[in-house]
Design a protein around this ligand. Structure first.
Ligand SMILES: [Zn+2]
Ligand SMILES: [Zn+2]
Ligand SMILES: [Zn+2]
Length: 275
């Protein structure tokens, strides 16, 4: 199995337009981050996770010309806005593209890209099939996908948004999490972690997980919170994603991380032995 980190940046990407901080002005390409997305190549299938606003460039830069399915984590624009850019893939593959996500997320995509779901197909519009999933294992071809319940609070201490991560064989992908659970997050310091979701994350070779910045945040895990979750899950190695310019320079942050934890790098290819 191979994982391509198509993008590892938070919602604004890095550099942020108009920001002159050391990270946004860094010449190190490892500090340049498009919006978070990943491509999983497993048993001959190309499974894309999320379609952010940078999708076109991400597919070009990774040389991707085939997609067998898209898994959506949630409906925020930094994870969905680029969906229209799968049109060339439709054209090359001459078949509709299957999208998977929570019913709420699928309805949001049908609204945002309503022209693609019109009864009479508009020529040139993307050809998409939405598939509602529940947080229960399902299959794409012969590949088992295990959804993981994550909580991503969307407003300070108010509305909390249940979203999904995904496990495929010995790899798991978690982004935009503030808790590994669908339980409410009672306060800014707490990170709910349900025993049921912990069980799904046992025996991982590789975990990709979000870490926004050092300070706590109402809707994303902070670096110390993420490291504590990695410590509890004990994957062989972990890569951090959905990174903000506040986290710091690649070279500096890497020096502080445990030996088996790495900052994700855009377009990085991760090889996983899944036998
Ligand atoms: Zn996001
Ligand atoms: Zn900046
Ligand atoms: Zn989000």
């Amino acid at each position: 199995m191979k994982i391509r980190l198509l993008g590892t940046g938070t919602s604004q990407g890095i550099p942020i337009i108009g920001c002159h901080c050391p990270v946004c002005t860094s010449n190190d390409v490892r500090d340049h981050r498009l919006r978070t997305s990943a491509l999983v190549n497993v048993d001959g299938l190309n499974i894309l996770i999320d379609t952010g606003p940078d999708l076109r460039y991400q597919l070009l830069r990774s040389g991707t010309t085939r997609l067998d399915a898209v898994l959506f984590t949630h409906e925020h624009k930094d994870h969905t806005a680029g969906l229209d850019d799968v049109r060339p893939i439709n054209f090359l593959m001459k078949q509709p593209l299957n999208l998977y996500g929570l019913p709420r997320v699928m309805r949001s995509i049908e609204r945002d890209f309503s022209y693609a779901f019109a009864e009479e197909h508009y020529p040139g519009a993307p050809i998409l099939n939405t598939n509602d999933i529940e947080p229960e294992p399902f299959k794409i071809g012969k590949v088992e996908i295990i959804p993981i319940k994550l909580m991503h609070s969307s407003q300070r201490m108010a509305k909390q948004l249940p979203i999904l991560g995904y496990r495929i064989k010995n790899f798991a992908y978690i982004t935009d999490a503030r808790g590994i659970s669908w339980n409410e997050i009672p306060d800014i310091a707490t990170v709910p972690f349900s025993p049921s979701e912990k069980a799904k994350l046992k025996g991982l070779d590789t975990l990709v997980i979000n870490a926004l910045r050092r300070e706590e945040h109402y809707s994303h895990l902070s670096l110390p919170q993420t490291l504590s979750i990695i410590e509890q899950i004990q994957p062989r190695r972990a890569y951090l994603t959905h990174i903000s310019h506040h986290l710091g320079l690649y070279e500096e942050v890497m020096k502080e991380l445990p030996q088996n934890v790495f900052l994700g790098i855009d377009n990085q290819l991760i090889d996983i032995d899944d036998d």
